[in-house]
Ligand binder design. Structure first.
Ligand code: MLT
Length: 355
């Protein structure tokens, strides 16, 4: 799938970080040998990233894309490093792309599916962490149904922790790959001044929460739209301002107002596994009122980008012809996820040092 014509002219300000000069590492070399301005041992959410650090991630991702374009898409950067992937929730994209990313950096990868581990025999979370560290894990990619679990892991684990999604709270690598994909696709390479709409179940979405931080920080005119029951609480963020007062952030249930002249529309899955019930009359009604159809997409700017973090429930939050249409960059998001995760593993490994 390829995107169609890019949306019309940008309306405004300069994105934070664009034009900033950051020293991009030479990714063929070991990360700890590189003089790079990166101070984080863990990546738990995007709210700790400065504009310069976000820019460094973007540029390091460009370098990783160059690696991915080589006949042998592999560098020795993480040779000897054990990257353990511990997922307490189902995943295809995030888990596999972390695995591919770590292998492309020549790391030793261990995958733990909790359904077949000692977790089912009652082993505690902290015991599991101690065990995998004793088995040599230097970097831990963690997904957990409980918000905050990666923060607890970071307090106890001796290496680096990367949050692969925690409860409703955060999904930093998804937000970073979303920003990267938008910047590559939008004219001028910036989201600043662009109208970006997150459409759907924002209430239960860790993807939405991390994207709210990174997109408003990057100067986007961000709209979050969904049924009142699925955007509640986010109005308070809009009212009190998320971070600096200059952030542009609107919460609405008016889908026409949200989509009108949008440059980017990101549909979200209805996360029914996190719903306690009674939030929606029916899937059919949700789809009729908020589903991203071709007719609704026509309200956006010509060539507006269509995005979705996946997994997609086609025909519910997005129509199949829109998900697979010319404006969709959904598969590009998945592909960029590998380069973004390579960049983050690389940068974090530089702080952790050789093991
Ligand atoms: C997530 O893990 O949050 C996914 O990427 C989005 C979803 O599950 O709908």
């Amino acid at each position: 799938m390829t995107a169609g014509q890019p949306p019309g002219p940008p309306a405004v300000p300069e994105e934070q970080g664009v034009g900033v000069s950051v020293a991009v590492p030479s990714v063929d070399a070991a990360p700890h040998s590189q003089p790079v301005a990166w101070r984080h041992r863990h990546l738990l959410d995007v709210d700790v990233l400065s504009a310069d650090e976000t820019e460094l991630v973007m540029r390091t991702t460009d370098a990783m894309r160059e690696v991915l374009g080589r006949p042998i898409a592999k560098v020795p950067a993480l040779r000897g490093t054990n990257v353990t992937i511990l997922f307490y929730e189902a995943s295809t994209r995030t888990r596999v792309s972390f695995e591919v990313a770590a292998k492309n950096l020549s790391a030793d990868v261990v995958n733990i599916a909790t359904a077949t581990s000692s977790v089912v025999k009652g082993e505690s979370f902290l015991d599991t962490l101690r065990t995998i560290e004793a088995l040599g894990a230097g970097m831990l990619v963690l997904r957990h149904a409980h918000s905050g679990a990666p923060y607890l892991a970071a307090e106890h684990f001796g290496g680096s922790v990367l949050n692969g999604g925690d409860g409703w709270h955060a999904h930093p690598t998804q937000a970073i790959l979303d920003l990267y994909t938008m910047r590559r696709r939008l004219p001028g390479g910036t989201v600043a001044g662009r109208k970006v709409v997150i459409l759907g179940d924002a209430l239960h979405s860790r993807v939405a929460r991390s994207n709210i931080w990174s997109l408003t920080a990057a100067g986007a005119d961000l709209w979050v739209c969904g049924p009142a029951t699925l955007v509640r609480g986010l109005e308070a963020w809009a009212g009190s301002g998320v971070g600096p007062a200059s952030r542009r952030f609107t919460v609405t249930s008016d889908v026409n107002a949200a989509l009108r002249d949008a440059d980017v529309v990101m549909a979200l899955r209805l996360q029914q596994e996190r719903m306690s019930g009674g939030l929606l009359p029916s899937l059919r009604e949700y789809s009729a009122r908020f589903g991203l159809t071709r007719e609704r997409l026509a309200l956006a700017r010509p060539g507006a980008l269509v995005m979705h973090p996946g997994p997609i429930n086609e025909g519910v939050e997005i129509a199949p012809d829109v998900a697979e249409g010319i404006q969709s960059v959904i598969t590009e998001q998945v592909a960029n996820g590998v380069a973004v995760r390579m960049a983050l593993l690389y940068l974090l490994a530089g702080v952790r040092g050789p093991r």
